[in-house]
Design a protein around this ligand. Structure first.
Ligand code: DQA
Length: 146
């Protein structure tokens, strides 16, 4: 099976971006973690990152058309993008929303997500391990319901 991991704006700067909040893991390290988790689970995992909303919408449309499960860190779009939410609502396989930081113990505006109501589940505050856990859940769900 094939799964997409999609990362939104500023996540390409992981490792140097606010390390006290997001840690020292780089985006390349995150890609390696997701790919090795996929290999362990016998699934094909592709990781993409963009700072451009239209590009993200196109990837979500592609996932909807292909029925691929998605792990999405919408980053700042979480808190204001109706367009990303509307694209997520079109997905035909499960969506897990992931945040590296615990958005609920930060600024008030980070507590609200436009994406959570259309996600199957949300993982926040477990660092980059949240991605691996989300992938495990999705593969487990697909194989037990197949
Ligand atoms: C984030 C949390 C968001 O509030 C923030 O805008 C991000 C990253 C996280 O992974 O903790 O860019 O989604």
């Amino acid at each position: 099976m094939r799964l997409l991991v999609l990362n939104g704006p500023n996540l390409g700067r992981l490792g140097t971006r606010e390390p006290a909040v997001y840690g020292r893991t780089t985006h390349a390290d995150l890609v390696a973690l997701c790919e090795s988790t996929g290999r362990e689970l016998g699934a094909e995992v592709e990781v993409r990152q963009t700072d451009h909303e239209g590009e993200m919408l196109g990837w979500l449309h592609e996932a909807a058309d292909e029925s691929w499960p998605v792990v999405l860190n919408p980053a700042a779009w979480t808190h204001y993008s109706v367009a990303v939410r509307d694209a997520c609502a079109q997905l035909t396989a499960p969506l897990i929303e992931v945040h590296i930081s615990n958005v609920h113990k930060r600024e008030e505006f980070r507590s609200h997500s436009y994406i959570s109501p259309v996600a199957e589940g949300v993982i926040a505050g477990l660092g980059v391990q949240g991605y691996a856990l989300a992938l495990r859940y999705l593969v487990d769900k697909a194989t037990t319901s197949a």
